[in-house]
Write a protein that binds this ligand. Structure first.
Ligand code: AMP
Ligand code: MG
Length: 319
């Protein structure tokens, strides 16, 4: 393992790309201070250059070098949730180039909670810019196999850290406004943020200027169409589409009724389990050739909010 980390550090230092496991999803990482390497991430993902990347660092201490001032709430949130699935948006220091921030005056920072990622970041010392290791707009990878299948030779090295424990992306909190705001729900629940901050936390960007791909209409999309319904509607909707001639799969907890003729992709009843298995299930259903995934939303508690966000974006009209 030590040798792999040394090799990965070498790749980063040479300006190459390393796919790395985190507790949320696999990231496509490059030296955040090497503009050419960062641009390479955008090329491989086919991601528009205006969409900023998250800079991953080994600790809150490392994070501070990327911020020109530390917003109120930064320490409380970092102490409570790092390492962990929380990304903090702060005013950038000179270290954060336009390539990483999409030309914005802010930078997104995170300390991931995965032993391999932390070892790599510690050994590398600098920041690793890493979006999810998938083509732009598609389903994020939660295993090393997903990364190899999707990006193959476009990545110099894939570190295999097993399946991701959280399974959906980090919660992004913007600390540069008058009050903290959730730009993207994710692995840290809104309830936990409220508990630590001792105040309500709103969802959604403050102005129109914050560019986050996770905030576009269609994102996290499998090849199959996605139809989001309530648990009570699922049976009739799935049956109707199947009768119309589509190959339909029902993605729902076992407690939800599904017609016998429709393939069931059983999901855990709890939101955290649903989140953990969501992307793997969407990839599997794509591989099995289904035309349409009909799915029922879990309620919004805990990770349910992130699952709802991903499913609604996966279901949005594609461009
Ligand atoms: P992903 O590509 O799935 O890793 O998502 C990274 C997310 O972080 C995207 O939605 C980015 O746009 C968002 N992000 C990164 N930097 C910033 C920033 N400075 N302000 C707002 N969102 C950001
Ligand atoms: Mg992504």
């Amino acid at each position: 393992m030590e040798q792999l980390i040394t090799e990965a550090v070498g790749v980063l230092k040479r300006g190459g790309l390393v796919a790395l496991p985190t507790e949320t999803v696999y990231g496509l990482g490059a030296d955040a201070e090497n503009e050419l390497a960062v641009r390479h991430i955008f090329a491989v993902k086919r991601r528009p250059a205006s969409h900023p990347l998250i800079v991953h660092v080994a600790s809150a201490r490392h994070a501070k070098a990327w911020a020109r001032e530390l917003p109120v709430h930064f320490d409380a949130l970092a102490r409570a949730f790092w390492p962990g699935p929380l990304t903090l948006v702060v005013w950038r220091s000179d270290r954060a180039s336009d390539a990483v921030t999409g030309g914005q005056d802010t930078v997104a920072l995170r300390v991931p909670d995965h032993p391999l990622a932390l070892e790599l970041l510690e050994a590398f010392g600098g920041g690793v810019a890493a979006p999810s290791a998938n083509r732009f707009g598609r389903v994020s990878p939660t295993t090393a196999e997903h990364v190899r299948a999707e990006l193959g030779a476009d990545v110099d090295l894939v570190l295999d850290g097993g399946p991701c424990a959280v399974g959906v992306e980090s919660t992004i909190v913007d600390l540069t406004g008058a009050e903290p705001r959730i730009l993207r729900p994710g692995g840290v629940s809104r309830e936990d943020l409220v508990r630590v901050l001792g105040r309500p936390v709103r969802l959604g960007a403050d102005g129109a200027d914050v560019r986050a791909p996770g905030m576009l209409a269609s994102h996290y999309a499998p090849r199959a169409g996605v139809l989001v319904v309530t648990p009570a509607q699922l049976y009739a909707e799935a049956e109707r589409r199947q009768t119309e001639g589509l190959r339909v799969a029902a993605l729902a907890p076992r407690s939800v009724a599904v017609p016998a003729a429709v393939h069931r992709a059983d999901m855990p009843e709890d939101a955290a389990g649903f989140a953990r298995e969501l992307y793997g299930a969407l990839r599997r259903l794509d591989a099995e050739g289904f035309d349409l995934v009909v799915t029922a939303l879990p309620d919004e508690h805990g990770l349910g909010l992130a699952v709802k966000d991903r499913l609604l974006k996966a279901a949005a009209p594609r461009t």
